[in-house]
Design a protein around this ligand. Sequence first.
Ligand code: ZN
Length: 182
Amino acid sequence: MPFKALDAATKQKIISFNYSSKLELIAKHQNIVCIYCGAAMHCRERVGYLLHFVHNAPPQKCPSAGESWVHLECKKIIYDLLTKRLSELSKELRNNYRVDIECPVKAIGRIIDVALLYRDVPVEAHEAQISPITVKELESRNQDYQSLGIAPYWYFGRKSLNPEIKKWCERTAGEVRFFEIE
Ligand SMILES: [Zn+2]
């Protein structure tokens, strides 16, 4: 259930919540496909939920499949936080930066939940970690990001912030930044 999809005709990347309604979105984009697996998608509008995309048929193998609604909502919260932070910068600085959601980094085969880009290159990776994760996996993701000069930021939820992860946060504080989100 991503927020981002591709207009197959124009190759334009579309972010669902930048449109006020499904009607407005489908008036502008009729042929929508998944950025990751290329399968056909459609925009879903539901009361109480932000506009998002779903695959027309259950995908065989797609990194965006199986994402929880809480995770999706947390990404939007982080996106809004960063966008607000950016709006507070001076105009000169702001011109070089951009906030992007669901940002693939091909070199490491990862998708950043919310990225801060400097001249279109990701410099910060903000990750909403709602489901449980191991320290080993966290370290592996951090290494991937840091190898490209991307600073990782983690936002943990109730299920992921267990004593082991808390300890890891204390150990790496200063090097990696953490927040509680859920
Ligand atoms: Zn897909």
